[in-house]
Design a binder for this molecule. Structure first.
Ligand code: ADP
Ligand code: MG
Length: 400
């Protein structure tokens, strides 16, 4: 398949060539040790393939948010041993990411070796995408590979600048993510459904505006559904609701109408007078029967079943945001049920399902469906900006 960006398949003989590989090693730490190595494992296929092919692999990444230069607590030397464990081989640490100091370290490496360079954000030019820094990084490598989709929404030297200074390729994780996102919203099989949930409309206005012109069915759940219900004249009682945004919600509904996008709001909901696990006041009611002292904490079983029927007619699903306050039982019920429907349809081959977002990933894990979805993005901010239809600088730089 012809892709709008180059991949590792487009590299010729790279034996002895120096690959500057942007990965995301910004892993969480507890007591000085890596507490979740998911991101390191994500980089493994690209690193392995490049070393197998005899390249010298130079890993670039940011780590934390250092302000004002070097900070030993945010040195990538702290993750070298975790990297060695995941890769099952030795990794050299080079205490610079650019310039002569870095070049001296690189000169000690042999074909097939791996080194991790110091935190790119120790360089003031990283976040300003400074041409001098880009040139001094580019000088230590022969080509550039970007495997960090999660950092692609930043126009930084190591995420975007380098791609224009050296021959640039998408790594395997980046390639997989871009393919999945393209199948979900770029060039999807129709009909397409989007599930948008979560707490607030205000955090996802741009997502909603973009989706109404992209998808055939927009399913709105979570706290943000309350604002839409209020816009339609429903009394949502004590529910989380942004009353000042009901006008905006109406505009989004109008835009959906014009674009032939069917918006699905719940018609039954699960309510309680107190937000607690399995509260005594729990009720399932029609949206028009929410009492003044109640709050909506999940969508109801009839709505969930209707949404499952919608998904059965669709070929593509993109999902961001849980349908209810899923961290507290039983308000996880609708999210878990709809996620399982999507997982089953994906397994049967009738649905391409792509999801992302911090809490969404937790909710899908909680429903044990993550492995059945076509693709679950852990990219956070970059995923959301993609859902908003924004050009990600790191991706754009690979395409040109
Ligand atoms: P993501 O991180 O996947 O983008 P969000 O951060 O937008 O998702 O939203 C997730 C949060 O929304 C969860 O903490 C969940 O408890 C909350 N939420 C969902 N439905 C409701 C509701 N009806 N009332 C209050 N909070 C809700
Ligand atoms: Mg969140």
């Amino acid at each position: 398949m012809n892709k709008p960006f180059k991949t590792l398949d487009d590299l010729g003989d790279i034996r002895g060539k120096k690959a500057l590989v942007r990965v995301d090693l910004n892993v969480p730490m507890v007591d000085g040790a890596v507490s979740d190595d998911t991101r390191i494992r994500a980089a493994l296929p690209t690193i392995q393939e490049l070393t197998d092919r005899g390249a010298i692999v130079l890993l670039l990444s940011h780590f934390g948010r250092p302000t004002g230069g070097k900070n030993p607590q945010m040195s990538l030397s702290l993750i070298t041993s975790a990297l060695e464990r995941v890769l099952g081989r030795g990794v050299m640490f080079i205490p610079e990411c650019a310039g002569e100091g870095a070049a001296a370290g690189v000169a000690m490496l042999a074909p097939g070796d791996v080194a991790v360079l110091e935190n790119t954000r120790f360089e003031p030019g990283e976040e300003t995408n400074d041409p001098t820094l880009i040139a001094s990084m580019a000088a230590i490598g022969d080509f550039y590979v970007n495997d960090a989709f999660s950092a692609a929404h930043r126009a930084h030297a190591s995420t975007a600048g380098l791609a224009r200074a050296l021959p640039a390729y998408a790594g395997r994780a980046m390639e997989r993510e871009l393919d999945a996102l393209d199948a979900a919203l770029g060039n999807p099989e129709r009909p397409v459904a989007a599930v948008v949930g979560g707490a607030k409309v205000s955090s996802k206005l741009d997502v909603l505006r973009h989706l109404v012109v992209k998808v055939d069915h927009l399913i709105i759940g979570g706290g943000m559904a309350n604002t839409f219900l209020a816009a339609r004249g429903v009394d949502v009682g004590q529910s989380l609701c942004e009353h000042d945004l009901t006008g905006t919600a109406e505009l989004i509904l109008d835009a959906a109408d014009r674009a032939n996008c069917t918006v699905h709001l719940p018609y039954d909901v699960v309510v309680a007078t107190a937000f607690a696990a399995n509260p005594a006041s729990l009720r399932t009611v029609n949206v028009h029967e929410v009492a003044a002292d109640e709050m909506i904490l999940d969508i109801g079983p009839a709505a969930t079943e209707a949404l499952a029927d919608v998904l059965k007619t669709c070929r593509t699903l993109v999902w961001n945001g849980p349908l209810g306050a899923f961290e507290t039982p039983p308000f996880d019920t609708a999210t878990v049920a709809l996620a399982r429907t999507a997982a089953a349809l994906t397994r049967e081959g009738s649905l391409v399902s792509v999801a992302g977002g911090g809490d969404t990933v937790s909710a899908l894990n909680h429903a044990s469906v993550e492995p059945d979805f076509t693709f679950v993005s852990t990219a956070g901010g970059a995923f959301l900006e993609w859902m908003e239809g924004k050009q990600l600088p790191g991706v754009a730089a690979l395409r040109s």
